[in-house]
Design a protein. Structure first.
Length: 189
């Protein structure tokens, strides 16, 4: 009886492990230590001035649950094509965690119709260093989802590196970026 009980237990354990493996979602997971205090790092993600200092040339940020977390990579674009239009904060635990919904870039219109989710965690490493850990999940399968996943696997690395550079050498100057966008804008008659 003991032998059969152990086999049953082993079979259940194997089934549980396989079920967990099948249920696991793919995610983009990144982490970086920035040369800034926890307060400075938190402010970089939860204020318009902070976002503009490293992420994009414009933003609408209302750091409260349900508040706007809109990042305008192309502030000159039409509504709905500026970048992360209509995104919002989903949860906020001050100076510890925040999450927001997210969408694919405008050129991936099929995937852009749905939302994914990003969780950022903040931890002081020292008085003047903070670890930011990013977890991006909620990916669909097939179609443009693989392209969106690949895009954000690269893009989040750049965003986090820009955050680090912001504290090493100062805020990003978006002048050249905006001049390029202006040149790409269709001329109105």
């Amino acid at each position: 009886m003991m032998k059969h009980g152990m086999q049953f237990f082993g079979g259940c354990l194997l089934l549980a492990l396989l079920t967990d493996a099948a249920a696991a979602e793919r995610s983009v997971d990144k982490s970086i230590v920035v040369p800034a205090t926890l307060d400075q790092t938190w402010d970089a993600w939860t204020t318009r001035d902070g976002i503009v200092s490293f992420f994009a040339p414009d933003a609408k940020i209302e750091a409260k649950v349900g508040g706007a977390f809109q990042i305008y990579v192309n502030p000159l674009g039409e509504a709905g094509a500026k970048g992360a239009d209509d995104m919002r904060f989903m949860a906020i635990q001050p100076k510890s965690m925040l999450s927001f919904d997210w969408n694919a870039p405008p050129h991936l219109s099929e995937a852009r119709q749905q939302r994914t989710f990003v969780v950022l965690r903040f931890a002081a490493v020292s008085e003047k260093e903070t670890r930011v850990s990013l977890h991006h999940t909620g990916w669909g399968e097939g179609g443009e989802w693989d392209k969106a996943f690949t895009y954000f696997d690269r893009a989040w690395s750049s965003v986090l590196e820009n955050l680090k550079k912001r504290f090493e050498s100062g805020p990003i100057d978006w002048t050249e970026w905006m001049n390029t966008l202006r040149k790409m804008q269709p001329q109105k008659k």
